[in-house]
Design a binder for this molecule. Structure first.
Ligand SMILES: [Zn+2]
Length: 263
């Protein structure tokens, strides 16, 4: 199996369908797994990692974008079996460690598929001890941490300045959920977010602060290479002016997945 390099030292693991897992191979002391995928995709996670030339023991730790089961699903396994340190924002760490109850997802759209996925997540208890609780503004290796609460209380985005890339988890998507067949930059999903208004406010604050980025490596959808920040700003503006009828822009005006290969 070939590894799939996205840009510079950032790889997207092949073979995972439910959500994206990325590897930053920045050399000794700067090798990270960003998210872990769903527990059902553990074999794909391990095979995908091997394809980058790395074993779990080579990694410096696991950086979670947030606590949901399709992102943190293998964290406990990686910690217990391979001794990897787990990093997550302290607000999500409280839930992952069982200190705080997760607020239940309420699929307000009433759509059947959304209701089903929300019910599954509500019944899943993703638990893992967190070795380092992150805060906004922290640095982990060559990554900067941005706290963007709303999708979950402790959602974070990681920026890799060296390649001008933003790893966004579910705080900003590259495909339309829940089935993600439509590959396009998309706002966080209201039905899967604990506080949708806060999720949007976090995104606006992030873009007002303007940590520059060109590439978006989201938790769902193919990476968007080039022009991602401009596209996100257009998307937020369209939402603010009410010209957005769904969570994404129409195809002809939406950002492209330039340079991204199909799975
Ligand atoms: Zn999520």
């Amino acid at each position: 199996m070939r590894s799939r390099r996205v840009v510079g030292p950032l790889h997207r693991l092949r073979g995972l369908v439910v959500s994206n897992v990325f590897v930053l191979d920045g050399g000794r002391g700067d090798r990270w797994l960003i998210d872990t995928g769903h527990a059902l995709e553990r074999p794909m996670l391990l095979a995908g990692l091997r394809a980058t030339g790395l074993f779990p023991r080579d990694l410096d730790g696991v950086l979670l974008t947030h606590r949901h089961s399709d992102h943190a699903g293998n964290a406990e396994y990686l910690r217990r079996v391979h001794g990897l340190r787990i990093f997550a924002h302290r607000a999500d760490a409280a839930v992952l460690e069982g200190m705080a109850p997760p607020p239940p997802l309420v699929a307000q759209s009433g759509a059947r598929l959304e209701r089903m996925f929300a019910a599954i997540e509500n019944r899943t208890r993703t638990r893992v001890p967190v070795d380092r609780a992150l805060d906004d503004g922290d640095a982990v290796g060559s990554l900067e941490v941005f706290h963007a609460p709303g999708h979950t209380e402790g959602s974070v985005l990681y920026r890799h300045a060296g390649t001008s890339s933003l790893l966004s988890g579910d705080a900003l998507l590259a495909a339309v959920p829940p089935l993600t067949l439509l590959q396009r930059m998309t706002l966080p999903h209201a039905d899967y977010s604990v506080d949708y208004a806060q999720a949007l406010a976090s995104l606006r604050r992030l873009h007002a602060a303007s940590p520059r980025y060109e590439n978006l490596l989201a938790g769902h959808g193919r990476p968007i290479l080039g022009g991602a920040q401009r596209a996100a700003e257009r998307l937020l503006e369209a939402h603010a002016t009410g010209s957005l009828t769904s969570q994404t822009l129409p195809a002809e005006t939406g950002p492209s997945h330039r340079g991204a290969r199909t799975p």
